[in-house]
Design a protein around this ligand. Structure first.
Ligand code: 6PG
Length: 264
């Protein structure tokens, strides 16, 4: 069966792309809360989410989100203390969570700081994080993975998403959350904890955001001839129902037919 194609939006600038992403996340959470009384958002790491956090916490959007019924999760995090600049949670605390009225028991960072203090490793945090997700009783997809309402995804220059790198062993382990050894081919070279890539299949709305010329080659490759998801994990989000939000610079290498079907 064909996985279908995502909606692709191409915005003039990175700031425009971030603003649209923030609006879509806000709308997805609002719709989920209207529908089921709760909205589950998985965010990402790297440099992409910072401006999106600022927009969500800004005057135009902050009051539109039903924060008291929202849950925030992370798709992956790095094996560093939460106050380390490499932590995927740090920017979120600084730019979003300090500034929005989300109940703290609905914010679900990976417990890496506690694990470091206790001297336990990434597998323990992965097990604990899966238990935390299970405790919220999200609906499951037919393959048994949790259906988050919206997932924000960044793409690495090698085509990884979350901390699922090309050739990742995560596919062969059905655990929802897994420990990942430090990648040697891409920085930062620290161990990670990541959600299973099949969580992308299960989610209602995967939103991929990519901006800058540095992302153009990998975005072009993802929308070229279909390859194996194991070799190019970001292909998981090249499917119907997903949304890609690019700026002009990141869209430079899109095949002409894909570009023609996108929305400027
Ligand atoms: C991480 C990530 C990772 C990230 C991409 C894009 O912890 O590294 O969550 O999947 O989203 O590498 O990173 P940038 O936003 O920095 O381009």
């Amino acid at each position: 069966m064909s996985p279908g194609e995502p909606e692709i939006l191409i915005l003039p600038t990175a700031a425009d792309a971030s603003e649209v992403a923030a609006r879509r996340i806000a709308a997805a959470l609002t719709a989920a809360v209207a529908d089921r009384g709760v909205g589950h958002w998985v965010t990402t790491g790297g440099s992409t989410p910072g401006a999106i956090y600022r927009d969500l916490a800004g005057p135009g959007l902050v009051d539109s989100v039903p924060w008291d019924s929202a849950h925030l999760w992370w798709g992956d995090d790095r094996w560093v203390p939460p106050e380390d600049v490499l932590s995927n949670a740090l920017a979120c605390w600084d730019l979003l969570l300090r500034n929005v009225p989300i109940p703290l028991d609905q914010v679900h960072p990976m417990r890496i700081g506690e694990a470091l203090a206790a001297g336990v490793g990434p597998p323990a945090v992965a097990t604990q994080y899966e238990a935390a997700i299970r405790a919220e009783h999200l609906p499951l997809d037919p393959a048994g993975f949790p259906r988050f309402d919206v997932i924000l995804i960044g793409v690495g220059s090698d085509g990884h998403l979350f901390s699922v790198f090309p050739g990742s062993a995560t596919w062969d382990d059905p655990s929802w959350v897994q420990a990942v050894p430090a990648p040697s081919h891409i920085a930062p070279h620290v161990a990670r904890v990541t959600l299973h890539p099949r969580v992308i299949d299960a989610t209602n709305l995967p939103i991929v955001v990519a901006h800058g010329t540095g992302k153009a080659p990998i975005v072009g490759r993802i929308f070229g001839a279909r390859a194996s998801e194991r070799d190019l994990p970001a292909l998981l989000a090249r499917r119907g129902g997903a949304l890609w939000i690019l700026d002009e610079a990141a869209a430079t290498d899109l095949p002409a037919a894909v570009r023609a079907a996108s929305v400027d």
